[in-house]
Design a protein around this ligand. Structure first.
Ligand code: HEC
Length: 235
């Protein structure tokens, strides 16, 4: 932006125009490169998580797609449709403003909630959610759910876990990935984050009303939930 402001906005040129244009072009390529790398990881996340996007993620995707389209239009005005050339600088400005929104909605948000990257623990975040009250007596309601232990269920559960959960949860350790590792999740007395009793009922609740930042899994059928629980019970 600064290079173009220098070229188009000043009457008395301070720097060599061709150098400025060169810097602008290289910045443009760098922008697209970084954009594509980040887009790759975002798309991979969406494909692996297989859930509806949060409103922040939707805003982010919308801005990203719009920026990509504008970039294409801008390039086509520069390379082919020269009659529209006068619009190029406005499109450039819009791209810059949208990029500001794009970065703020994600990196900015992350820096804010993580106190500028110093606090990377989920647990603290979750801890601050004082309005969530977990009822201990969930235990009583739980007697209706019978965990399946047959090999078929466990095998199906394992597949479901691999496609829907393993992106964020390790099945074989308790280390946090995006969410907590789930080794022994149903064997421990309490669930790792909410600290509610480790019973099937509370895991089903986690699918329908995630404790904090886990995506919703309310579309899972009863059979799928039974199979996932059967698998979690083996961890
Ligand atoms: C996009 C990442 C993501 C995916 C996919 C995901 N989780 Fe989570 N999960 C989290 C996060 C983050 C937490 C921490 C608590 C929270 O945010 O609700 C969590 C917490 C949990 C907990 C602990 C809840 C508690 O009360 O302590 C369980 C159990 C769990 N997830 C199971 C699953 C299962 C089973 C699946 C697959 C159907 C799954 N998760 C898919 C991110 C994810």
């Amino acid at each position: 932006m600064v290079t173009m402001f220098e070229v188009l906005g000043r009457s008395d040129r301070k720097y060599n125009i061709n150098t400025l244009k060169g810097i602008h072009r290289i910045s443009g390529y760098m922008y697209i490169l970084i954009f594509l790398v980040i887009a790759f990881f975002c798309l991979q996340y969406i494909v692996s998580a297989k859930t509806e996007l949060s409103s922040r993620a939707s805003l982010h995707s919308f801005l990203a797609v719009t920026i990509l389209a504008l970039f294409g239009i801008k390039l086509s005005f520069i390379k082919a449709y020269r009659q529209f050339y006068e619009h190029v600088k406005n499109i450039g400005l819009i791209i810059a403003v949208l990029t500001f929104g794009l970065v703020s909605s994600s990196a900015g948000y992350y820096l804010l909630v993580s106190e500028f990257g110093t606090d990377i623990s989920f647990d603290k975040l979750v801890h601050d959610k004082k309005d969530v009250v977990i009822e201990e007596d969930n235990n009583k309601k739980n007697q209706g759910i019978i965990l399946k232990t047959d090999a078929g269920s466990i095998e199906r559960g394992k597949k479901l876990f691999a496609s829907k959960c393993s992106f964020c949860h390790h099945p074989d350790s308790t280390e946090t990935n995006v969410g907590p590792g789930l080794k022994g999740v149903l064997k421990n007395p309490r669930l790792p984050v909410s600290k509610s009793p480790a019973v099937s009922e509370n895991i089903i609740k986690q699918f329908r009303q995630p404790f904090a930042r886990m995506p919703l899994f309310d579309y899972l059928s009863h059979e799928e939930i039974d199979d996932i629980l059967a698998f979690l019970n083996t961890l």
